[in-house]
Ligand binder design. Structure first.
Ligand SMILES: [Fe+2]
Ligand SMILES: [Fe+2]
Length: 357
């Protein structure tokens, strides 16, 4: 069993406190934004739907969900070293992502006086704190608990304009929903692959994430300028960035997906499809997932990321130079993918799909 600290109490390079605080292009980020602009948000154009959503938050049907049951500990299986490493990495990046949402929503709640924004941020911070706490509990059982207070202070914060926060957070909530429900449905069919009980919690969990995504969907629909003109190019950029980050990260965790009995390529394609189906309700465009260059580009990015990691392990000037070259190659592949024509969506905001996948 790994321990969180050395005997002197200092984090070891591979311990979770270190890994969770470590910044890579793929690690979940912590955000701050322009709170004065958040103040001016107006939800009146979508008031009815907004109020219905607030009632859902208030009902808080998952209040008692995030607690381990009697079977929990007995279902924790011992894992092969590769699967254990990938699973721990998955839990640590998940707790970091959940907690980063909690920090962002709490800050917004504290900094903004707009009562609609303040209220919803409070609800979402509540949910994300629960999610982060539940994962951290599993990590603690494995001797890997992350000190969230330490993480809040140690992490670097990225400052984003509100509209970028909306695109990024909307996508990450919806992609979180799509990932959790896809894993949950797969393990429902193949319980023999459920090597840890935390996956049993994913159905209700994903409904929380779906609801969080709806908040940003409504905020964008209430402020349609965010979905028009030059912003279409930003949306395209954010969708591709979020998709590419997920693809590269999932393909660096091959043991995790093999352990779950999931083909990572198929899984990512399914998650892209679900996320595109959902985001069609808001975004004026979707990526052409069926375009032959799309998957080729994703595979190239994944190979470049793997080569870059190998170069980093070499250290020294040659490793450094190689990484610069690989980063440039990655940027070219990304730019080519960005230029694949997108599919126009003429019906944003016309339907609200229920989470039925
Ligand atoms: Fe969450
Ligand atoms: Fe969320």
């Amino acid at each position: 069993m790994q321990t969180a600290t050395s005997e002197a109490g200092e984090p070891r390079p591979n311990d979770p406190r270190h890994l969770a605080g470590h910044e890579t292009i793929l690690s979940p980020r912590f955000y701050r934004t322009d709170y004065a602009a958040m103040e001016r948000l107006d939800v009146e154009p979508v008031r009815q739907e907004w109020d219905a959503l607030m009632r859902e938050f208030e009902r808080d049907e998952n209040r008692a969900h995030f607690r381990p049951d009697d079977r929990f500990s007995a279902e924790v299986k011992s894992l092969s070293p590769d699967l254990e490493k990938d699973f721990h990495d998955f839990l640590i990046s998940s707790v970091t992502a959940e907690f980063s949402g909690c920090v962002l929503y709490t800050e917004m709640k504290q900094q903004v006086r707009n009562t609609d924004v303040k209220r919803v941020m409070g609800y979402m911070a509540r949910d994300e704190a629960r999610h982060a706490g539940f994962i951290n509990r599993s990590l603690k059982d494995l001797g890997l608990g992350v000190d969230l207070g330490f993480l809040k202070k140690a992490k670097q914060y990225t400052h984003f304009r509100p509209k970028f926060i909306f695109y990024a957070t909307y996508l990450s909530e919806k992609i979180g929903y799509a990932r959790y429900i896809t894993i949950y449905r797969h393990l429902e069919r193949h319980p023999e692959y459920r090597f840890h009980p935390i996956f049993r919690w994913f159905r209700e969990w994903c409904n929380d994430e779906f609801r969080h995504g709806e908040v940003f969907a409504l905020l964008m629909r209430a402020n349609p300028v965010l979905l028009e003109g030059i912003n279409k190019y930003w949306i395209r950029f954010f969708v591709l960035s979020v998709f590419a980050t997920m693809y590269v990260r999932d393909h660096s965790r091959t043991a995790l997906y093999a352990g779950l009995g999931i083909d990572a390529d198929e899984f990512d394609r399914r998650v892209f499809e679900i996320t595109s189906d959902i985001t069609r309700q808001v975004f004026p465009l979707t990526l052409d997932l069926a375009h032959p260059a799309f998957l080729v580009g994703m595979r190239r990015l994944s190979a470049i990321a793997a080569a870059s990691e190998a170069a980093q392990a070499r250290r020294g000037p040659i490793g450094g130079l190689k990484r610069v070259g690989l980063a440039a190659a990655g940027a070219v592949v990304f730019a080519r993918m960005y230029l694949i024509p997108t599919k126009r969506n003429d019906l944003p905001g016309s339907v609200r799909l229920a989470p039925t996948w």
